[in-house]
Design a protein around this ligand. Structure first.
Ligand code: MG
Length: 375
């Protein structure tokens, strides 16, 4: 999309602050399209297919993985970006890359790695996504990492402690100065929450851990569920649920678009620089924000804390913690590339290695290291 079609508060690709390592201008595509293409071609992106969202990959073929989650985030974010006149390519690049730093086994994997890394600066998946695109992907002759544009990198780093921000130079500055990132980055962030709330309802029902009858009083989803039941009394439960989820996603997308338009119109940002100084402008209405939170709480109570999910999470923590300990005791167990990095910073090398693993690779490593009859 050329900058002619962008609103004045969007980020035009030709005004990017550029890449760390100088490169010739992209031919036939914008700089943000080039970023998106680099992300899709990365190894870390392909690994997302075998990383857990809520359910471990081998639990079923229809559950979301980090890969399908990232695609859904990108889809939602792109359609809202288009309605708001934002840069669709930038928002897509951020959305596709936002979870590249996720550990195996979802949040339990991250918690375990963070605990293991406590004395060495901790582990934070957002920061790890930035490490992946800045350092860990080794694909280009000229530089380590993907050498993405500043605005893409900034968008990927949604949260960051002040301590880490100080070490990150330019990309960490906004946390210290309390400034906002681009509206494209704000949108990718909200679309993340919107996507997982809705697809986790779907996965929760599909797994049988959530009960449809129990959900008819929920805000938004429950309302749509009742409406679908009265409009189509004879359709099967699975279709009723899918139709209600479809309508729920749409309600949130429409609300997000309308409320953000209203806030942008009221604040009148005329440039990215204005956006940085203003409060967040990509938001749900207050009423929908509350409903969004209620859905999230429901999922916490009935899905994420379900004993079956907890059992897998607990197992995952043991795998990650045990692997970390084993590598820490003997870095000679690491593959050669990571041993070389361990000579400089052993805990970070171990953390990078573990964070890069898919669920099944981590389980294979666990078996190889701890089970005597495993090769
Ligand atoms: Mg995400």
């Amino acid at each position: 999309m050329s900058s002619d079609f962008l609103a004045e508060y969007a980020v035009p690709a030709d005004l990017t602050w550029g890449r760390k390592h100088k490169e010739k201008k992209a031919i036939g595509r914008t700089e943000f399209q080039r970023d998106r293409d680099r992300i899709i071609h990365s190894t870390a992106f392909r690994r997302l297919e075998y990383k857990t969202q809520v359910f471990v990959n081998h639990e079923g073929d229809h559950f979301r993985t980090r890969l399908t989650h990232s695609l859904e985030v990108a889809q939602i974010a792109r359609s809202v970006a288009f309605s708001l006149g934002l840069n669709v390519d930038l928002v897509e690049a951020i959305a596709l890359a936002h979870d590249l730093g996720h550990t195996p086994f979802g949040h339990s994997g991250q918690d375990a790695l963070n605990e293991s890394m406590e004395a060495f600066g901790g582990f934070e998946h957002n920061l790890q996504s930035l490490r992946v695109i800045d350092h860990l992907e080794l694909r280009y002759a000229q530089f380590d990492g993907l050498n993405l544009c500043f605005e893409t990198r900034e968008g990927i780093l949604k949260h960051c402690s002040l301590k880490n921000a100080r070490e990150l130079a330019e990309v960490g500055k906004r946390f210290i100065e309390n400034r906002r990132p681009s509206l494209e980055a704000q949108l990718a962030n909200v679309a993340d929450g919107l996507a997982y709330n809705n697809h986790d309802i779907d996965d929760g029902l599909r797994s049988g851990l959530l009960d449809l009858a129990h959900m008819s009083d929920l805000p938004v989803f429950g309302e749509h569920l009742r409406a679908v039941a009265s409009e189509y009394p004879n359709i099967e439960e699975q279709r009723r649920a899918s139709e209600a989820i479809r309508r729920t996603v749409n309600s949130f997308v429409v609300d997000l678009t309308e409320e953000s338009k209203r806030l942008i119109h009221a604040a009148k940002p005329a440039s990215l620089d204005d956006v940085r100084k203003l409060p967040e402008l990509i938001c749900f209405s207050e009423e929908m924000e509350l409903k969004h939170r209620e859905l999230k709480q429901y999922l916490h109570q009935y899905l994420y804390r379900h004993f079956k999910v907890q059992r897998m999470a607990d197992k995952a923590k043991r795998v990650v913690s045990s692997l970390f300990k084993a590598f820490e005791e003997d870095v000679g167990l690491l593959p050669p590339r990571h041993q070389a990095q361990a000579k400089i910073d052993a805990p970070r090398a171990i953390s990078d290695y573990i964070a890069g693993m898919t669920d099944r690779y981590a389980m294979k490593e666990y078996r190889q290291i701890f089970l005597v009859d495993s090769v």
